[in-house]
Design a protein around this ligand. Structure first.
Ligand code: PMP
Length: 303
């Protein structure tokens, strides 16, 4: 089944959504992206797009940072995305990649006087990480004083950290802030279970404010009565937690079994992590009526 893209204001086969090598954003990282999941619900034959509007609101905030005035509103981008997924018609989980970018075919390092555009495409994508992951703390640290939006150019640090981790035999990297506090994974936020409570780095640590992170905090409190403390986390604290997991659109909730070659808990999926995984997995598939408003349905046309 072919994938489609919304590109230059129309739907085209993904293979035809190609841009010129002169495009400004390719050279200077002047793009803002998102990752959205469409979760396939086999019983009612539709995909549920999780937190669609929140993702486009975050994209819009990133556009402000890069001085981009998109020709589409948040609501229009949501509508385009639903139409795209319906057009693709995949009967499996999909990943949706919106991108706002400096589309001018003009070189020169700047943000001003450059046109911008918006594209979005979808493709089938299963699990991003293994069922449980072995992590290492990376020697690559975030740059200081940089906006933590999903700016394409910022992800070079994350790519350095991820590849370093994989090449030294781990599954994922945990990055520290420039002052040495725990920040996040290369594409996920991090949660720890300490004394039965959840602990996660705070917004003042300069992390990306993950949409999954917010929803997990809300579900932990509402469904399990567990509060989350947002605070600085020291690297050494990681070694003595009873549970640890990563959250993200691609990773969902992924348990961490080891950090820096030290076992977390008994090295298996922790109790709280497992409960949250089960709750989350129902919610994102539209199987929990209480949270159905977090999901936007997309149904293949003609079915
Ligand atoms: N941190 C980073 C660096 C990320 O790339 C992501 C993925 N978007 C996250 C955290 C998690 O964010 P979200 O839950 O919104 O996908």
């Amino acid at each position: 089944m072919p994938s489609f893209a919304f590109y230059k204001n129309e739907f085209v086969p993904l293979s035809e959504a190609n841009m010129s090598v002169m495009t400004n954003f390719i050279h200077y990282g002047t793009g803002v992206f998102e990752g959205i999941r469409g979760n396939w619900n086999a019983e009612n034959k539709r995909s549920y797009l999780f937190c669609l509007k929140e993702h486009y609101e975050r994209l819009h905030q990133g556009c402000q940072v890069l001085k981009m005035e998109l020709p589409y509103s948040v609501d229009e981008m949501c509508r385009i995305t639903v139409e795209l997924v319906e057009k693709c018609g995949f009967e499996e989980n999909v990943y949706i990649r919106p991108l706002a970018y400096k589309s001018a075919e003009a070189l020169g390092v700047r943000l001003h006087d450059l046109e911008c555009d918006f594209t979005v495409f979808a493709f089938p994508w299963g699990p991003y990480l293994p069922d449980k992951v072995r992590c290492c703390v990376s020697s690559w640290r975030f740059p200081n004083g940089i906006p933590r939006a999903k700016l394409t150019g910022l992800y070079v640090t994350n790519a350095l950290a991820k590849t370093d981790a994989i090449e030294t035999g781990f599954d994922e990297a945990i990055m520290l802030t420039s002052d040495g506090y725990v920040a996040e994974g290369s594409g996920e936020n991090i949660f720890l279970v300490i004394n039965g409570e959840l602990v996660t780095p705070a917004s003042y640590d300069g992390i990306l404010m993950g949409i999954t992170r917010n929803k997990v905090m809300e579900l932990a409190e509402a469904e399990l009565g567990i509060k989350t403390v947002e605070r600085h986390v020291d690297r050494v604290e990681l070694y003595n937690v009873s549970e640890c997991f990563l959250t993200g659109t691609a990773a969902n909730i992924t348990p961490v079994s080891e950090i820096d070659n030290r076992r977390i808990g008994d090295g298996e999926i922790g109790q709280i992590t497992e409960k949250l995984q089960n709750i989350y997995s129902d919610v994102i598939r539209g199987n929990n009526p209480k949270y159905l408003n977090w999901c936007t349905p997309a149904k293949r046309k003609g079915r």
